[in-house]
Structure formats: C-alpha cells, structure tokens
Design a protein around this ligand. Structure first.
Ligand code: AMP
Ligand code: MG
Length: 412
C-alpha cells in the first residue's frame, strides 16, 4: 500500500507543468464552447432605453388612475410607436400612444396599459389602423409594463469573468453587448494515441483475438467535452519502430498534451518505456487509485505526456482525474464539475485505494441514493455508459456501507 503515490500529490506535480495558453480573438459565431480570456465589461445598459414589455398604450399613469371597466377613461391616440422606431414627441395630458413590445416609451408617458385592458381589439396588432380614441379599463401604476434602462445589465458592469466557458446564454449577452469578437483562450490541442496488436478500427471486421479501439475515440470525445481539440493518431502496433513512428506523428500534430493509452501496466510497459526514454522522459507511477493504478507521466519531445491505462474505464477515469484538470488549467477555465453527497444504497467494497465507483443516482424518500451500475470491472465500458456519477471512496476505505453518505462527482 505504502508504495502507491497519492492522487493529490500526483495531480499537484502534473499541474505544475501547465500554464494558460495564449489569447485568440474569436468571432462570436465560433465562440460557443470556448473559454473567455478576459473579463467582459458592459459598454452600455441592457436595455439601453426604457421600453414597453407589452403591446398596448403608453399613458400618463395620473390620467388613468381612476379607470375601471364600469367607468373607463377615454384618451386621444396621438401617435403610433412600432418596435424599432423613435418617438419624436411627448405624450401630453389626455393622450395615449399606441406602442409595441420593445418600442421606446415616449416622453411624458410613464406606464403602458396592455391592449387587453382597453376597448381596442387588434387582430393583427402591428398593422391595425390607428384609432383616434381609446377607452382604458384599468388603472396603471407608474412604471407598469415598462422595462427600464440597465434593468438587466448596467453599463460598466463586469458581466462575464475570464475563465467562463461560453454557453448559449453567454453568446446571447455578448451579442447583446456588441461583442462581435471575443478574446478566448486558444483551445489546447491533444494528440491521442492507442497502442496494441489486438486493436482494430471501428469499421474493421472482428478477427480472432482482436478487439476494437475504444479508447482513442472515447478520449477524443472527453477532450472535446473539456474544451480541447483532439487529434487522433493511428494505432501503434506493439513494435518499437511502429511506436516511434506514431509518437513522431503525435509530435507533428503540434499538441499541447499527448495522451496514449495502454502499455503502462507491469509486463506491458517495456516497449513504451524504451521509446519514451529515447524521445523524452517519463516516470511510471503506481497511483493510489481504482480504477487506474498505473500511470505514466512526463514529456515526449518536451510536450506533457500521459500514458493512461488500457482498460477503457481506467482510461476514462484517469483522464477525468488527471487530464481534465490540466485542460482546465491550460484554458484558465473555471471547473464546472459538480460534486454532491449521496447515500449509498447498497454496500460497495474496494481495496483501500481511492475508488471511483460508477453509480446510478435516484431520489428515494427525499434523499439522493447511489447504487452501483453493476459490474465495476475496469474493462466494462457499459459501467460508464450507465453511470450518472462517480462515487468517491477515500483512501483507506474498503467498505462503503449502505446508509452512509459519500461524495459523488456528477457526470450527468
Ligand atoms: P495493456 O495495458 O496494453 O495491457 O492493456 C490493458 C487492457 O486494455 C487490455 O485488455 C487491452 O486489450 C485493453 N485495451 C488497450 N487499449 C485499448 C483500446 N484502445 N481500446 C479498448 N481496449 C483497450
Ligand atoms: Mg497492450
């Protein structure tokens, strides 16, 4: 047990090698999923002018203070204000302006009476002819149905912080504030290698002793999910020259990180070790982690290199534990990962390594309950397919007893 390296110490060492990547100007159309390199400060209010939140009539609230359906107040309709227009005169006492949602509130008016609270019946509101008079059926308080400048965003406000992952709502606010270009962090390029004589591509027919390469595809998707650009390199055979060739190809892709899977466990590490010692320098670690004990880390031609375990679940979990935080650091990105606490619904056993158990989550009697997805074999990829989260059993724990509470890293 004592010779195993702690997850946290290993991660600290690795993160020490990662620095934020440079800034890249990005068009708004290309900004989805990217990470902001700088704070976004509003250049103007949103809304930038007082406007109506309803189709109706802009009025002076004092004029209609006593309006009821039984004794309506009649006003003279003095102008029409469609959205996009700018009223050129004020609403005076006894007057109303027909106004559409989003149109500017004219001077003099301080409230909007929705058309439904008048005698006017617009079928096609925008194109109905303007009537001369309108009967108001309901009092409107000052400010009713008016959206004031800066209600949503104030000029000078720091609306988005550097490190924010740009989602659809962030795109919306950037567009609304006139940012046609945004300073994003250059996405990390990640070269992904698979190795093993048994590996076939997904479109190759199965043959005796062969399996299809899952890791390079799953890892590429994980890279994308975490804001990076994956570059998959063709599979290396268990052959020194082929491994050399593929490692050179990986370097030619000009990556910020190189990930390979398989060939790091005892008994299989020799070929990889030889090539890594020629082309860089790598340590073979035994991590206090389950799944995912073997991990190689160092550099290949000066580029940070991860040798992840070959079993697909181990590859995905070691990615999550070690590579994902590196991508976030390269991006300067806030970690959006959510961890919750869940009650264990059934005993889960492990061997005292920090364990990431694949669990399904459900609500039972108002409590979040975690149950394993079934087999926890590190080769059973469906345990990841089924998992809502990873239940984390800390180092030294061999039994999570039903009823106890543990942290769970939410996967979905
Ligand atoms: P190794 O570390 O090379 O001994 O591989 C450990 C296990 O992971 C073996 O069962 C391999 O067949 C399997 N494995 C290695 N690479 C992949 C891959 N790219 N996709 C799916 N399984 C793999
Ligand atoms: Mg192998």
């Amino acid at each position: 047990m004592s010779e195993l390296l702690s997850v946290d110490i290993a991660l600290d060492r690795i993160l020490g090698d990662m620095n934020r990547l440079p800034v890249q100007e990005t068009t708004l159309d290309g900004a989805y999923g990217r990470t902001l390199a700088e704070d976004i400060v509003a250049r103007h209010d949103i809304p930038s002018f007082a406007n109506s939140s309803m189709d109706g009539f802009a009025v002076r609230s004092d004029d209609v203070a006593s309006a009821t359906p039984e004794s309506p107040i009649a006003l003279t309709v003095s102008m029409d204000i469609p959205a996009g227009s700018a009223p050129d005169r004020a609403v005076r006492q006894g007057e109303a302006a027909r106004i559409m949602t989003g149109a500017p509130i004219p001077d003099g008016a301080d409230a909007v009476v929705p058309v439904e609270q008048t005698d006017v019946n617009w079928r096609d509101t925008a194109h109905a002819p303007l009537s001369d008079r309108v009967q108001i059926y309901k009092a409107a308080t000052r400010g009713a149905n008016v959206r004031y400048p800066g209600e949503d965003v104030r000029s000078g406000q720091r609306v988005l912080l550097a490190g924010t992952r740009i989602r659809p709502a962030e795109i919306g606010v950037l567009a609304g504030l006139g940012f046609a270009h945004v300073a994003c962090v250059r996405p990390p390029r990640v070269a992904i290698l698979s190795g093993g004589d048994e590996l076939l591509a997904p479109d190759e027919p199965l043959a005796p002793g062969k399996i299809r390469d899952m890791n390079s595809y799953a890892l590429a998707a994980l890279v994308q999910e975490n804001g990076g650009i994956p570059v998959r390199i063709p599979t290396a055979k268990d052959d020194l020259d082929d491994i050399r060739l593929r490692f050179h190809e990986a370097l030619a892709a000009q990556p910020d990180i190189i990930i390979s899977s398989a060939g790091v466990s005892v008994g299989t590490a020799d070929l990889i070790r030889i090539v890594l010692e020629e082309m860089g320098s790598v340590g073979f670690w035994k991590i206090n982690l389950r799944p995912g004990k073997p991990l190689a880390y160092g550099n290949l031609g000066g580029i940070p290199f991860f040798g992840l375990p070959g079993n697909p679940v181990s590859a995905m979990i070691t990615f999550d534990v070690f590579v994902r935080p590196c991508l976030l650091k390269l991006l300067g990105a806030h970690d959006l990962t959510q961890t919750t606490e869940a009650m264990v619904g059934e005993d889960i056993r492990s061997d005292g390594r920090r364990t990431y158990a694949r669990v399904k989550l459900s609500h039972e009697n108002g409590k979040l309950v975690a149950r394993t997805t079934g087999t926890q074999s590190s080769s059973a990829i469906t345990s990841m397919v089924l998992a809502d989260g990873l239940l984390i059993m800390p180092e030294g724990t061999t039994l999570a007893t039903a009823g106890q509470t543990y942290p769970v890293r939410i996967l979905r």
